[in-house]
Design a protein around this ligand. Structure first.
Ligand code: 6PG
Length: 231
């Protein structure tokens, strides 16, 4: 794991936007297309705004979500709405977007359709997966307390996404599973604040990965992980 520390969040956002744009550009040059899975939450907003201005052939870029809260796209809690508002703007308005939310009433009921939709439309591996982290050590919607965590974090689960019901956060979720999050050329963990740095330090120490699912990402060796952090 490589830790990149920045003097402020804007500098982080600008540098990370450039890094991701370069990775997308390289993939388009090599294979004619690129794909990016992004997280929601509040942290990536300035990054999304910078990245949306990157000069690259966005029509060749497919964007999806690492996870989604099972709410309508009109809800302020929708990650899809966040991505549409802050990332699929400016030059990036030309990118193709595949969301995780279906019309089903619950994520559990929507799981099969979501799996099909992702299988049909997302060529793996991703160019990059952008993750956040919660103060409980969750990443994407792999929550420590969720009953479905064992399945979603099982490298042999054989499915692209899974419904989870966190006990400590609102809304049922749909999350890419661990094998899907790891089907990428690189993972970037974007975190800000002293509290998140303390959580990262705790995650890097000993302890079971189920207690802090970000450990599944930090401990694996198959995919390079860079952590971008600013206070
Ligand atoms: C979500 C996320 C989640 C997020 C972390 C950090 O939908 O909730 O994708 O994994 O990245 O909870 O959220 P903040 O950036 O708001 O701290």
């Amino acid at each position: 794991m490589e830790l990149h520390t920045f003097p402020d969040r804007q500098t982080l956002a600008a540098t990370l936007a450039e890094h991701l744009a370069d990775a997308l550009r390289r993939s388009i040059t090599a294979q004619g297309r690129a794909s990016l899975a992004v997280s929601g939450g509040s942290t990536p907003v300035p990054l999304f705004e910078r990245l949306s201005e990157a000069n690259l052939p966005w029509r060749n870029v497919l964007i999806t979500l690492a996870d989604e809260r099972w709410v309508d796209a009109s809800s302020p809690d929708s990650n899809e709405a966040l991505v549409r508002r802050h990332l699929l703007q400016n030059r990036a308005a030309e990118a193709r977007f595949i969301g995780l939310k279906t019309a089903s009433a619950t994520a559990e009921e929507g799981e099969a359709e979501c799996v099909q939709q992702l299988r049909r439309s997302i060529p793996l591996p991703f160019t990059a997966v952008l993750l956040g982290m919660g103060n409980d050590g969750h990443t994407a919607s792999l929550f420590p307390c969720a009953e479905q965590l064992a399945h979603a974090a099982d490298m042999g689960c054989g499915t692209i996404c899974a419904a989870l019901r966190p006990q400590t956060a609102p809304h049922e979720r749909m999350s890419l599973t661990l094998p899907t999050l790891l089907a990428t050329q690189e993972i970037v963990l974007h975190i800000t604040g002293l509290d998140k740095k303390a959580v990262l330090d705790k995650a890097l120490a000993d302890g079971p990965p189920e207690a802090m699912p970000i450990r599944f990402i930090l401990r694996q060796q198959a995919v390079p992980v860079s952590v971008y952090w600013a206070a």
